[in-house]
Design a protein around this ligand. Structure first.
Ligand SMILES: NC(=O)c1ccc[n+]([C@@H]2O[C@H](COP(=O)([O-])OP(=O)(O)OC[C@H]3O[C@@H](n4cnc5c(N)ncnc54)[C@H](O)[C@@H]3O)[C@@H](O)[C@H]2O)c1
Length: 351
């Protein structure tokens, strides 16, 4: 029987609460689908920092490298420790393991109401692919005259031909397997160096994918169109910053952050890929047992798909959909179930 080694990094706040439920689903589906999971829990994050002065051990990348995949909850405890300290290892993982493709489905499931009036599941079903390795999130910049009235902060974005080409190609490939529509997010009307490169690369690749209808939209227009006519999107590809912003918007129109899963994938499979909900550690509700575990559970389903266990992934997704359609809901969706009860409701539907 095939055994996969998974690193489980629950993190902070609601991270451990929702990850527990995702792990329960994984452990339930594996024997039914005929494979085994060898899970290693990594107690990193705020509590680890309290004990050791670090949020992760110095050799954290070496610890993670041998695993087949990483399941992450969320990190961050902003009242106690600055976010740039807690989140720094995540950015390191994404960059060191070249997890350049961040895939975030935006899908309104039956039984869930969108904040958009009159929009149903048939209208909201697209995928946002966020470039995850460079762009606006490279650690490049400086501050001078700190604290003075003439202080200056410089933050440099880096867009390489190689980096943009591979993510736009990844998006074309996904569009080819879906409804054959691709929207590339640009802002070349105001950012005339970086985004003219994106525009040119779209034009270069278009010829290789004659069956995909590819267009570009400026980031501001795309934000409006996510709300105005979400049904026109199929695959959306965006830089690191624009993808970050648009996927929170996507999360909320798809029913809320409690439902939105995400991947950080290295498509060449040279390094482990990481799967996590779009949401953060939600300190406002942490410890109350009311977080919605569905985003974490659907992230685990994306992990199974990545491990080429598509039937198991589909079984988990079907169980989530059946539970939601039956009215199982946590407070963020207007229901009363606890995190554990929501996990139970999904487990009960697993075939
Ligand atoms: N990848 C990550 O680990 C990640 C991602 C985003 C934010 N963060 C960190 O998380 C912390 C909190 O950030 P934030 O408050 O801006 O964003 P957040 O996503 O944690 O929370 C935003 C809002 O959504 C709600 N929410 C989020 N997930 C939910 C769930 N599963 N069920 C029910 N409600 C849910 C929260 O209660 C909150 O009101 C910060 O430290 C931030 O840096 C981490």
């Amino acid at each position: 029987m095939k055994t996969y080694r998974l690193a489980v990094f629950p993190g902070d706040g609601i991270g451990p609460e929702v990850t527990d439920e995702a792990v329960r689903l994984l452990l339930a589906v594996a024997p039914r689908a005929g494979f085994a999971l060898d899970l290693t829990q990594l107690p990193w994050g705020y509590h680890y920092w309290e004990q050791t002065g670090r949020v992760v051990p110095d050799d954290f990348l070496e610890v993670l490298r041998p695993f087949d995949a990483i399941l992450l909850g969320a990190v961050g405890w902003p009242e106690k420790i600055p976010d740039h300290v807690t989140l720094a290892p995540l950015v390191r993982i994404r960059q060191a393991f070249d997890q350049y493709a961040c895939v975030r489905p935006v899908r309104l499931m039956p039984g869930v109401r969108s904040v958009l009036a009159d929009k149903g599941p048939a209208d909201i079903d697209f995928v946002v692919i966020r470039e995850n390795s460079e762009g606006e999130y490279v650690d490049c910049g400086s501050r001078v005259h700190i604290g003075q009235p003439n202080e200056i902060a410089l933050q440099t974005a880096v867009h390489s031909r190689r980096g943009v080409t591979r993510i736009v190609r990844f998006a074309f490939e996904m569009a080819r397997k879906r409804r054959k529509r691709l929207t590339m997010i640009t802002k070349s009307n105001a950012q005339r160096y970086a985004y003219t490169l994106w525009d040119e690369i779209l034009e270069e690749l278009r010829a290789e994918y004659p069956n995909v209808a590819a267009e570009k939209q400026h980031a501001d227009a795309a934000a409006m169109n996510f709300v105005r006519r979400p049904e026109t999107f199929d695959v959306v590809v965006a830089s690191n910053l624009f993808g970050d912003l648009l996927t929170d918007l996507g999360g909320i129109i798809g029913g809320g952050l409690g439902l939105a899963p995400s991947t950080n994938t290295n498509p060449e499979r040279k390094y482990p890929s990481m799967f996590e909900p779009v949401h953060g550690s939600a300190p406002d509700i942490a410890g109350r047992g009311i977080a919605n575990p569905v985003a974490a559970i659907l992230s685990a389903a994306m992990l199974l798909e990545w491990l080429e266990q598509a039937p198991a992934a589909a079984a988990v997704r079907r169980a989530v959909e059946a539970a939601l359609a039956d009215g199982a809901k946590t407070p963020d969706l207007g229901g009363k179930l606890s995190t554990r009860q929501m996990g139970d409701a999904v487990l009960a539907k697993l075939e």
